[in-house]
Write a protein of this length. Structure first.
Length: 237
């Protein structure tokens, strides 16, 4: 018999939502992998907040003069090197990057039987897990369902991946219903990926974007306390 979902599926972004300024070693690992695969290219900065690692690598390489075909040829190899490098260079302790109130929020959400927690992040899966472990957040969040930059280059494809994995976890066919899915993130790209899947979205002002850039969200939250309050409202609706 098909099971019904136990409540809300809450899909959390990582950088800018759970932690802030925890990506220096992450960025360095990606750049190091690019140089290892493609040589000493001249790399220009690209927009990174809210994009997947795959999308960031492609943007950097296209700006450096490579074609899409050249990027695709070595993408998997390059990402594997980036993941390995990050594993070797990630700081042991990133707890000082955890945003205020986040540990308490996650503990509260984990105790709620009406919620299924998950992740939707542009980080490669292994990088996301390593970062959360270093930040001290792995226990409440792993192993939960998630969708990562490893799964797709286009962030707008990630929410359905997480919905399918959450449904499978609960013995449901298909995807977790979008009207019972809430994305929590800090960029317009988080909002866009939620909208692409028909999900609700809470935008937080703790990341790279100001409130004025997040007005398309259902709720804008300035703190972990406000995230909790908004989720309570969604659960009660």
């Amino acid at each position: 018999m098909r099971q019904t979902p136990p409540g809300l599926l809450v899909l959390l972004d990582i950088d800018g939502t759970l932690v802030w300024r925890a990506s220096r070693a992450h960025a360095q690992a990606v750049v190091s992998a690019i140089h290892e695969v493609h040589g000493e290219l001249t790399l220009a900065p690209v927009e990174a907040a809210g994009f997947t690692d795959r999308r960031i690598v492609r943007a950097m390489l296209l700006q450096a003069g490579l074609t899409n075909a050249q990027v695709d040829q070595d993408m998997e190899w390059l990402l594997a090197i980036a993941a390995r490098t990050y594993e070797e260079t990630c700081p042991v302790d990133l707890s000082d990057t955890v945003l205020p109130g986040i540990p308490e929020l996650l503990a509260e959400l984990c105790r709620d039987p009406g919620l299924q927690l998950g992740l939707v992040t542009g980080n490669l899966e292994s990088i996301a897990h390593r970062k959360l472990t270093a930040a001290g957040l792995s226990r409440p969040l792993l192993p939960w369902v998630g969708a990562y930059g490893s799964d797709a280059e286009d962030r707008n494809r990630l929410v359905p991946v997480a919905q399918e994995r959450a449904a499978a976890l609960h013995g449901m066919a298909g995807r977790w219903p979008s009207d019972q899915t809430v994305v929590v993130g800090d960029t317009p790209h988080d909002i866009a990926c939620a909208r692409a899947a028909g999900a609700s979205v809470i935008a937080v002002t703790t990341g790279a974007y100001e409130r004025d850039a997040l007005t398309d969200a259902d709720v804008i939250a300035d703190s972990a306390t406000e995230i909790a309050a908004a989720l309570s409202q969604f659960a009660a609706a």
